[in-house]
Design a binder for this molecule. Structure first.
Ligand SMILES: *Cc1c(COP(=O)(O)O)cnc(C)c1O
Length: 380
């Protein structure tokens, strides 16, 4: 079956008790046992809840994986995926990863005894060169944030597999509609469902998907033991978002492409970072591992931070805010906002300069958004 059919039907059959067409919000903490000896499938909502189960099944299907495990946030999902490691293990991660992931690697994992090396470039060889005898995981985020650099999931995961290393991919930016890392050889996919999967800027959530039974067991046990689970209502909101994921992603992408071209032609703009543009250095890789280029784009302004500030503050339709993937277009300064907590040296290492402006392209009319950006650029 095709993606959009799975998103609407699978894991979400009408409610057996009432015939309700949408999965009910099972807002209950506990479930009656059949008797003292026999419990039902669900018995306590930290361990399992029917609304959460429906979300977990649907997410697994959309990533073409066997097991979905939902969490209270994207960072809770990332933390859970990293619990398959133990002190003494080593991780190789992308250079340009989500700031919150970097914080987990440096502030939670390192003191606990898991060291992370950041590959100096996005090239597959660069990851391979960082591998040590105790490397147990490679952590990829592709396209990356905010520079939209791609990592070759097929090439990297095949080297990792030969050496018994787990490959995990944060697939938040492309969503499973445009990229399915498990099909490309990865072992674990993580998501912030807060972004495109929820899609309406109204919920915080996360998920892990894997087809590996042993990884699933470990992460599922961690979910129940550590307890960072999403509530039933939050699961329901993400389930509702998933039903329209295809049509939203197609529209986000078409508008992002339109705006990337328009911005590329503007004299105040230095570079446009969007994998859909033919001059993006990894455009061919994008075409081979993604089925579309997504709705996120970043630009650098020739006029540096003052120009970036004018663009960000000069738009009327774009909302100045963190996050991404909602119906409304958002605009941000990576250096001041999402990566603002990093040290200046760390930002430099990541080439996160303050002339950058990141945009999450929403579902407004493309020409209205273009006019808004052009009006703001005209003030620079
Ligand atoms: C937002 C985000 C996260 C973290 O998700 P939360 O839901 O905010 O915890 C992780 N990875 C990426 C790529 C993100 O954009």
């Amino acid at each position: 079956m095709h993606f959009e059919t799975l998103a609407i039907h699978d894991g979400q059959a009408p409610d057996p008790a009432t015939g309700a067409v949408t999965v009910p919000v099972y807002q209950t903490s506990t479930f009656e046992r059949e008797d003292l000896e026999h419990r039902r499938e669900f018995f306590y909502s930290r361990i399992g809840n029917p609304t959460r189960s429906a979300l977990e099944s649907t997410l697994a299907l959309l990533e073409n994986g066997r097991h979905g495990i939902a969490f209270a946030s994207g960072v809770a999902a990332i933390t859970a995926a990293l619990q398959v490691l133990k002190p003494g293990d080593h991780v190789v991660a992308g250079n340009d990863i989500y700031g919150g992931s970097y914080r987990i690697f440096e502030h939670l994992m390192r003191p606990w005894g898991v060291e992370t090396t950041y590959a100096p470039s996005e090239a597959a060889e660069s990851y391979v060169e960082c591998i040590r005898p105790n490397t147990r995981m490679i952590w990829l985020e592709t396209p990356s944030n905010p520079l939209m650099q791609l990592s070759d999931i097929r090439a990297i995961s095949s080297v990792a597999r030969e050496r018994g290393i787990v490959t995990a991919v944060d697939n938040t930016f492309p969503s499973p509609y445009f990229q399915r890392p498990l099909e490309l050889g990865a072992d674990i996919v993580v998501h912030s469902t807060t972004k495109y999967l929820g899609g309406h800027s109204d919920v915080i959530g996360g998920a892990v998907v894997t087809s590996d039974d042993a990884l699933h067991r470990a992460i599922r046990n961690y979910q129940g033991a550590a307890g960072a689970i999403p509530g039933p209502w939050d699961c329901w909101l993400v389930l509702r978002g998933l039903k329209t994921l295809k049509i939203r992603m197609k529209e986000h992408e078409a508008t992002a492409m339109h705006l990337a071209r328009a911005l590329d032609a503007h004299p105040a703009v230095g570079r446009v970072f969007y994998p859909g543009l033919p001059d993006h250095p990894q455009h061919e890789l994008a075409k081979s591992q993604m089925s579309g280029f997504g709705g996120m784009l970043t630009v650098s302004l020739k006029g540096g931070f003052p120009a970036a500030k004018k663009l960000i503050e000069g738009t009327k339709l774009f909302i100045i805010a963190d996050s991404l993937g909602g119906v409304e277009s958002l605009i941000s300064s990576p250096a001041k906002m999402t990566l603002g907590a990093l040290s200046p040296e760390e930002r430099r290492r990541r080439h996160c300069t303050d002339d950058l402006v990141r945009m999450s392209i929403g579902l407004e009319n493309a020409e209205d958004l273009e006019e808004d950006l052009m009006n703001a650029l005209a003030t620079i």
